[in-house]
Write a protein that binds this ligand. Structure first.
Ligand SMILES: [Zn+2]
Ligand SMILES: [Zn+2]
Length: 277
């Protein structure tokens, strides 16, 4: 083996350390359903479980009914964080692309909440008659009901600081070693090849756990208790989903809303932030 090949094989061996240290995530793919799903079922769109609500939620700034986006039941998503005594996670969003949400939590008004389902029949909430097309330019329409196809993935950080945060100083040393002023420019260049990054690729899409698909540099927020919050869920933009043109979620442009929680502090620590591509 010549010197270059030997060093390249050494790099790959060292990279293997990181390849073997992913964070498991679950990417959710929508599958159109023929028969309506039960109201406590995990799903995109359709009829939501009412939870503690007695009225369909509305946007406090636009004063219109929110769109139901999805709900996830604990029994199907054991890898997801749920607070004690809660077994259902729900998201609703304002249909207005120009909604003045007035904070850093999402691109528009959005609620992400946990609930507890109860046995027995529940009366579904009635969504008030409302056509977003009549009110807004570029509205987000309600999603037609879909069930989930779940893909378990080995997930990796999406950008440099994220890698340092996930793998620590060992990553920094590795990167420095192979991109510093090395006379062998070939493998310095190789470090930037797609073939290299495909081995530690961040998984995009609507995702449980794993690591955030930051579009710009981002960092997990800290809790008031001082701990770093844990990434639990990502709502991603969807365009022409599986050629299903009536399903569209647009977060900024092609952005994501990231959900974090501090498990010891529980449900009240749930926090979202977002970015766009
Ligand atoms: Zn709004
Ligand atoms: Zn905390």
């Amino acid at each position: 083996m010549n010197d270059h090949a030997e060093r390249l094989s050494k790099l790959l061996k060292e990279l293997q350390y990181f390849v073997e240290r992913p964070r498991t995530g679950w990417v959710l793919e929508g599958v159109r359903v023929k028969k309506p799903l039960r109201i406590s079922e995990s799903k995109f769109g359709g009829t939501p479980y009412p939870g503690d609500r007695d009225q369909w939620p509305t946007c406090p700034t636009c004063d219109v009914p929110l769109n139901f986006v999805l709900q996830l039941h604990k029994r199907r998503f054991t890898g997801m964080y749920f607070p004690r005594n809660k077994n259902l996670f729900q998201i609703f969003r304002c249909p207005n692309a120009y909604c003045d949400a007035d904070d850093d939590a999402a691109d528009r008004f959005m609620t992400s909440t946990f609930h507890q389902t109860r046995p027995g029949r529940r009366v579904p909430l009635k969504r008030p008659e409302f056509d977003p097309e009549e009110y807004f330019d570029y509205p987000e329409n309600p999603i037609p009901e879909h069930s989930f196809r779940i893909h378990r993935v080995a997930d990796y950080p999406s950008y440099y600081e994220g890698r340092e945060e996930w793998w620590g100083k060992k990553w920094v040393r590795f990167q420095n070693k192979y991109t510093s002023d090395d006379p062998l420019a070939t493998y310095d260049a190789w470090f930037y090849e797609d073939d290299f990054w495909s081995r530690i690729k961040n998984r995009v899409g609507i995702k449980i756990a794993g690591l955030p698909s930051w579009q710009q540099s981002g960092y997990p927020p800290h809790c008031t208790c001082g701990r770093k919050k844990k990434f639990i869920f990502q709502l991603a933009s969807i365009y022409d989903f599986q050629r299903d043109a009536d399903w569209q979620i647009s977060i900024g442009d092609a952005g994501n809303v990231y959900h974090f929680v501090c498990p010891p502090c529980g449900e009240k620590s749930l926090q979202t932030c977002w970015d766009c591509g």
